[in-house]
Design a protein around this ligand. Structure first.
Ligand SMILES: [Zn+2]
Length: 238
């Protein structure tokens, strides 16, 4: 793995900027194939997003015109990002679309957007919401979520790690194989092997449950975050 594989450095910013002192210039972001114009304060974009900081500073056309095109981004996903910029909250309700994977797929999509916009705070908020949704619903997503996630994110992403951990902790792979083999075989083979090994260890080696003596997302939510440049976590476990 060379330096080319490393993501671009992001600034350690978790808190919101002060509206009285930030840059209140309006930037027009043209979103989706139809270039729907969405107005956002430049100060919010510069504070939180490495992508917008690169686009809106210097001599680029975008920086001069205060216009940025995001043709390949879904409008509803970008509006969720704008909602987060203003509120630090993720507008996904796990109670919506019960018994479908849509809430989980939407959170994966938002995580992908957080990657695209180089916004660590947004990604961390999305994964906190992802973990909270799985708890609130008291029900795991359909196993198709594994392939959906791998089609969009690297296997090494924190969100995929969270998915593996939740299934390993709550899901009985042996029982699932008996009752619904298709749900098991839809999981990518290497992921399934890892979960199998983790659950075997849990059931067979109770004296050495070093990894999952309790739900890791409750024990230390920060293990699923990115904190570049040593930024401080507001949700650090005890
Ligand atoms: Zn953290």
């Amino acid at each position: 793995m060379g330096d080319a594989d490393q993501p671009p450095a992001e600034k350690p910013k978790l808190e919101t900027p002060n509206f009285r002192t930030m840059d209140l210039t309006i930037v027009t972001v043209k979103v989706g194939p139809e270039a729907k114009p969405i107005a956002v304060y430049q100060g919010l974009l510069l504070h939180h997003s490495g992508y917008f900081e690169a686009s809106l500073t210097g001599e680029f056309r975008e920086a001069v015109a205060k216009e940025v095109d995001l043709a390949d981004v879904e409008e509803s996903d970008f509006l969720s990002f704008v909602h987060w910029l203003h509120t630090q909250a993720i507008d996904v309700d796990p109670a919506e679309e019960v018994h479908t994977n849509r809430y989980a797929e939407r959170l994966v999509d938002l995580y992908v957007l957080g990657d695209r916009l180089e916004c660590e705070g947004f990604r961390n908020a999305v994964i906190d919401t992802f973990n909270a949704c799985l708890e609130v619903r008291d029900e795991l997503p359909d196993t198709a979520i594994f392939q959906y996630t791998l089609d969009r994110l690297l296997e090494s992403s924190k969100l995929y790690r969270s998915l593996i951990d939740h299934f390993s902790y709550y899901w009985n792979v042996y029982e699932a194989f008996e009752t619904d083999a298709e749900s098991v075989t839809s999981i990518p083979a290497l992921t399934l092997a890892e979960m199998w090994a983790m659950t075997s260890k849990l059931s067979q080696d109770l004296e050495d449950r070093t990894y999952m003596t309790q739900a890791p997302w409750l024990d230390d939510p920060c293990r699923y975050h990115d904190h570049t440049n040593g930024s401080v976590c507001l949700k650090k476990g005890s």
